[in-house]
Design a protein around this ligand. Structure first.
Ligand code: PNS
Length: 172
């Protein structure tokens, strides 16, 4: 049997809104944790940004923390600064993100150029999503939950339960 490869990549940041975390995100975080010594999951806590989130930053962090404990080298933190500043603050050499489909590429390409301009020393690394998660997004899951669809198998059970509560309340 092949030996498990050693991790020696230093620290990486896996950033996102995670509203809420999905099994697709958790797959990327787990794969990053297999490669890097330490992974910091950065949860955006920036209320002026985009539309309002369904879950508070604290709850989004708690959802992720409950799922990543098994890795032992993953921490979850909020940030409200530039992503590259957050990465620097934690001594990260890399930003790791998932890429699902061509549709993700344009946005990520732009973010990559901006982040590279501000911090050429921090490398952005993209992991291709596993095929079973290539259709999965937080916004898709929220849409499904809003109309009573079954989100089990897409998000952890406690997230699915909280989504039902929150979105039912919004509908009524
Ligand atoms: O698609 P997401 O999950 O909302 O992505 C969030 C994030 C921070 C990964 C993305 O917006 C990004 O790469 N931003 C770079 C620019 C930046 O630093 N923005 C400030 C965020 S507080």
């Amino acid at each position: 049997m092949a030996e498990k490869a050693e991790r020696n990549g230093g620290t990486a940041v896996c950033p996102g809104s995670y509203d809420p975390v999905t099994f697709g995100h958790l797959d990327i975080i787990g794969r990053a944790a297999n490669v890097f010594d330490n992974v910091i999951v950065g949860v955006v806590d920036q209320p002026v940004r985009k539309q309002k989130t369904v879950f508070s930053a604290e709850e989004r962090v708690a959802f992720i923390e409950a799922e990543v404990a098994e890795h032992g080298n993953v921490q979850v933190k909020t940030f409200d600064t530039l992503l590259v500043d957050f990465a620097r603050e934690h001594g990260a050499r890399a930003i790791v993100k998932g890429l699902r489909a061509i549709s993700d590429f344009e946005y990520e390409f732009e973010m990559n150029q901006l982040n590279r301009k501000m911090a050429p020393d921090i490398e952005s690394i993209y992991l291709m999503s596993a095929p079973q998660f290539s259709f999965l997004s937080s916004s898709g899951v929220k849409e499904l939950a809003m109309f009573g669809g079954d989100t089990s198998g897409l998000v952890p059970d406690r997230v699915a339960a909280r989504l039902q509560e929150e979105l039912k309340r919004e509908r009524n």
